[in-house]
Design a protein around this ligand. Structure first.
Ligand code: HXC
Length: 282
């Protein structure tokens, strides 16, 4: 269920939301929920073709919302600060200054730490953590003018160790601390910063890479709400954080995981080990 069935359809009319990594998965779901409430939406990612396909979906959502929202899809790798700045400039020219930055671009794979190359570790830090810094820094001038907000897509690995995810845990923990630092530094301009920790979200690239679909029922034993999350669950959390409902909420890590963190990562760790064993990687 898109969030427009729960909130006024024009909640974000004349607001602009930029989503890094918005071409697919959770990030596209977040972008759609903002479009459903009338926001102009910009997305970036590495592959223009993928972005163009996502833009078609976003335009359909925006048209259904009927608020005249526009969509901008521009290729930029978050590791390249100059490319991101150019993307932000184009988004501003086409859609107006940014009110919300969703920093969602991420890379992930399972790898035993002792077998992970330094470049493999660095690559995930570069995409997730340095990419989030590049995006935040590049968006600052626009967010300062709009008294906008930052939303980071973090992960449970940031505060609960998961086996074969040393690179991702380090990157996401860094993102959450970056978020808290910026909440302090940029609060004086009315800029808020928060993170969302998604739990197991159905049909995403992350789930495909990290868990075996054959183990799904067992996996659900580790989710108190006994269901997988949806991209709209995360989209609705992002909408809350960007909305006036959260105008005094900053510096928070908001966990949207069906309670999975309460149970711990042991079941995930066993499943991940089985997957790596099947690939002869452990
Ligand atoms: C070990 C690996 C590896 C693997 C890559 N590397 N895949 N090491 N196991 N499976 C190593 C490579 O050997 C190389 O090191 C280094 O990482 C860089 O690899 P490249 O392929 O050159 O990097 P690049 O083309 O930039 O691709 C980045 C990527 C890739 C992260 C490796 O998988 C990617 O583009 N992913 C984007 C999509 C994605 O991951 N989505 C899922 C996000 S989910 P050497 O030493 O050989 O040079 C997510 C949610 C987490 O983040 C939480 C969920 C609950």
């Amino acid at each position: 269920m898109l969030v427009d069935q729960l909130l006024p359809r024009d909640l974000f009319r004349n607001k602009t939301v930029f989503v890094t990594g918005g071409g697919s998965g959770i990030n596209l779901g977040v972008a759609k929920n903002f479009a459903a409430l009338g926001a102009h939406v910009a997305i970036c990612g590495r592959t223009q073709e993928k972005l163009d396909a996502a833009a078609v979906e976003l335009r359909a959502v925006a048209a259904a919302a009927g608020a005249g929202a526009r969509v901008c899809a521009v290729a930029a790798d978050v590791r390249d600060a100059a490319a991101l700045e150019a993307a932000f400039a184009r988004s501003e020219a086409e859609l107006g200054p940014m009110d919300v930055l969703v920093s969602g671009a991420a890379g992930n794979f399972l790898a035993p730490a002792e077998k992970l190359s330094p470049n493999g570790f660095k690559t995930v830090i570069d995409i997730d953590l340095i990419g989030s810094f590049n995006a935040s820094r590049g968006a600052f001038a626009q967010l300062q003018r709009t008294r906008g907000c930052l939303i980071y897509i973090s992960a449970g690995m940031a505060y609960m160790p998961h086996a074969f995810q040393a690179h991702v845990g380090a990157a996401k923990a860094g993102i959450d601390m970056l978020m808290k630092n910026l909440a302090i530094e940029w609060g004086r301009w009315g800029v808020r910063a928060n993170s969302i920790v998604p739990g197991p979200i159905e049909g995403t690239e992350g789930m495909k890479r990290l868990s075996d679909p054959a183990q799904k029922d067992r996996f659900l034993d580790a989710v108190p709400l006994r269901r997988m999350g949806t991209v709209d669950d995360i989209g609705q959390t992002a909408v809350f954080l960007a909305s006036p409902l959260a105008s005094y909420v900053t510096g928070c890590v908001v966990v949207c995981d069906g309670g999975q963190n309460l149970v711990g990562s042991a079941l995930f760790n066993m499943g991940a080990e089985q997957m790596l064993r099947a690939q002869a990687k452990v």
